[in-house]
Design a protein around this ligand. Sequence first.
Ligand code: AQP
Length: 333
Amino acid sequence: TPRVFSGIKPSGGLTLGNYLGAIKRWVDMQSPDMETIYCAVDLHAITVWQDPKGLKGGTREIAAGLLAAGIDPEHSILFNQSQVKEHTELAWIFNCVARVGWMNRMTQFKDKAGKNAEKASLGLYAYPSLMAADILIYHATHVPVGEDQKQHVELTRDIANKFNNDFGVDFFPVTEPVIEGPGTRVMNLRDGTKKMSKSGESDMERINMLDDADTIAKKFKKAKTDPDGIPMDLDGLAGRPEAKNLVDIYSGLSDMTPAEVVAEYAGAGWGTFKPALADLAVAKLAPISDEMKRLMDDPAEIDRKLAQGADKARAIATPILEKTYDIVGLLRG
Ligand code: AQP
């Protein structure tokens, strides 16, 4: 059976970007003929500074968000990365397989490290190697990710191929990225050329899954737009990233195509469209955020669920790591 792995970093609260770009799709991928493994990748979060209390809270929020949105822990494996040590152990092996030149080509490192790459953590640089381990420790065949993660999944394939070649084995599968279309990329509400991020500077640039109805309405109301409202057809969104983003968000939340959204609101001003978008977002997100809050009232229960998930994850990961050690020639007692 195909096996899916994907993760979210607890580097802040969950956003509408995480929901439309990842969580909603992960829920839909749960099916009897697909094994699904979903992870709060806390070890990736600490590649940049995280307040320890915030990190624990963020990890629980991801678990609550996934459960509230419909991830079924009976069907999917749900856990946090640091509880399954096999990820980091395999990442070390991959650090010795991957080449420095490969890492130097990673655009996300350049984006995240900024101008002062000398001051970035070594972990941030090695991030793709740990991500390859996250995927390959389960021999996952499919990885749903955003466009921005495509390069890392390609690197995962390079690592799998090089490992198999170097040791003359056919052990690690060559994983397929399941890339979302560019339309499902949710952009920043204040700058439509940047993606909506958990850790962006201003809270006004993103919708958090835990935002209340008033906050959601206020953020859409203040979202950057241009004087032209909804055009008569999709072509009228060309070169208007902020307008396109609001239409795309409406589309993602309503399951209408962007063309259908534009057709429904053709010629409407923002004074009509933005409140309709806010109402739709509240209608879709409120049941999830209410359930998230209920779950987060009992952190011990969330921790218990994550620990149970980690046990199931380890049952797959441990034999794969043992076999890897054997292939590499690391002696076991
Ligand atoms: N804006 C987005 N639109 C669509 N998909 C998104 N994802 C994140 N933001 C958007 C998808 O969510 C999954 C988990 O991502 P992540 O949290 O592990 O990493 P990220 O993409 O780096 O998220 P952030 O919010 O931008 O975090 P920070 O600010 O800490 O760097 C992925 O599948 C991602 O594509």
